[in-house]
Ligand binder design. Structure first.
Ligand SMILES: [Fe+2]
Ligand SMILES: [Fe+2]
Ligand SMILES: [Fe+2]
Ligand SMILES: [Fe+2]
Length: 431
């Protein structure tokens, strides 16, 4: 029988406070944990931060006493959930190892969402973002090896490919071009709304993580790589949030936030095999059911509408993590040369006009080179080539992909060209 969130029982708010040990206790070993338990942990941290942040913004402009009391009580709960989940990670998981986890979330989550997205335009936007995070993973994988001497697969566990995507140096757009067309809240399915809020929360937290940790390394080129990719994550937040209908009311948004929390925890609980993490997903799902029920009552009181009009009756699974290599490879082959066009459209390199707004941005930020390109130069200098984990046929296509994905009109001066990838082809990387 389908799980119906508005009908399931939760735990009362005054039973949701927990003691410090439960909040601060670490839960996994970085080498023993399953890669997809780690991605669930990373994503749910982002979901909780978005819930907490939204409630603070709501509280600052809210006059209704009942609503303020609900927000006051649950901001603290969302915050404790966030800390619990974020601190599952052990202190010996380095910033770069965690970073590989963040980009693995972005790639495999966005691929799942794209394939389970009923709205074609939103799906196209997911595919577009997917190829950019896929390239970030490739660049960071090189650094994980160079800085810590680790095989990036010790984190990824062979679930996600590592190869060039749409090159990071070309993710720097005029932020006005990042603005996509918003959905119509009256016509759009709950699935689309939850999908967008889920990926948006993940991207926002990825931005925050790089902003807070990118300075952890002394290596100047690595610091600049974090700065460069952090800025792209900022663009991703702008892109995904622009898909949301801006006429959604705050009570509608509150309902959607709690519903997204219920759906993501339910999805985690359904998929989890780690016996330390499982009870946390179960417990937090029951917390969120209560948040959802109260948010639904507030929505009815203030909007005089049924919550089902916004969130439907059934649970949605927006974060099922699994190997997405085939799907990502298809998008890579089809869309590496796709770019953003004005008015929410998309365009391929061959059709871009000379006065394209993103050229101005790229000519400034990449003026003295792109750190993400410098990354490949440095590892090639040391090891003869870049680290790539894909099947052989795709590996041999790397020079062709590099040539197709690079917009010649806006290449950073230190770009690693297709001919240099051709030279890498005949060298084996010895890990
Ligand atoms: Fe929460
Ligand atoms: Fe990324
Ligand atoms: Fe991203
Ligand atoms: Fe909540």
């Amino acid at each position: 029988m389908t799980f119906k969130p508005l009908k399931e029982k939760g735990i009362e708010l005054d039973k949701q406070l927990r003691y410090w040990h439960d909040i601060a206790h670490r839960k996994y070993n970085k080498t023993l944990v399953d890669a997809y338990s780690r991605t669930r942990q990373i994503l749910m941290n982002g979901i909780e931060i978005e819930a907490w942040n939204f409630k603070h913004n709501f509280a600052r402009i809210c006059k209704d006493r009942d609503t303020l009391e609900f927000l006051a009580q649950t901001k603290r709960i969302e915050d404790a959930q966030q800390t619990t989940i974020n601190w599952f990670a052990p202190f010996d998981q380095s910033v770069l190892e965690t970073t590989l986890g963040y980009e693995q979330v972005a790639v495999d989550l966005t691929a799942w969402l794209a394939q389970n997205e009923p709205d074609d335009y939103v799906r196209e936007t997911f595919d577009f973002g997917l190829l950019e995070d896929f390239d970030h993973l490739y660049r960071y994988a090189q650094w994980a090896y160079m800085e810590h001497g680790i095989n990036p697969n010790s984190i990824l566990q062979d679930n996600t490919d590592v190869i060039l995507g749409r090159p990071t140096q070309q993710h720097h757009n005029c932020n006005i071009l990042r603005l996509r067309k918003p959905y119509d809240k009256k016509k759009t399915s709950p699935q689309t709304k939850v999908n967008i809020l889920t990926v948006l929360s993940g991207e926002q937290q990825t931005h925050n993580y790089y902003a807070e940790h990118g300075f952890a390394y002394g290596n100047e080129l690595l610091r600049e790589t974090y700065a460069e990719i952090k800025d792209v994550e900022e663009e991703h937040v702008t892109m995904y949030e622009s898909l949301i209908d801006s006429t959604e009311s705050l009570y509608e948004k509150l309902l959607l936030h709690e519903f997204t929390e219920v759906c993501t925890y339910h999805n985690c609980m359904t998929d989890e095999e780690d016996e330390k993490l499982m009870p946390v997903w179960e417990e937090f799902l029951s917390f969120e059911l209560e948040h959802l029920h109260i948010a639904a009552e507030l929505f009815k009181k203030h909007e005089h509408r049924d919550p089902e009009e916004v969130i439907g009756e059934d649970i949605i699974h927006p974060c099922h993590f699994k190997n997405q290599k085939d799907y990502v490879e298809k998008v890579l082959n089809d869309e590496i040369d796709k770019r953003l066009d004005k008015n929410g459209g998309y365009i391929y390199i061959k059709d871009i006009p000379d006065d394209w707004a993103s050229y101005k941005v790229q000519n400034i930020v990449n003026k003295k080179g792109s750190p993400s390109e410098g990354t490949i130069r440095v590892i090639a200098e040391q090891e003869g080539r870049d680290i790539v984990f894909v099947h052989d046929n795709l590996k041999y296509k790397l020079p062709e992909l590099a040539g197709k994905g690079q917009d010649k009109k806006s290449l950073a001066p230190d770009t690693v060209r297709a001919e240099q990838y051709e030279e890498f082809k005949n060298k084996e990387f010895e890990l």
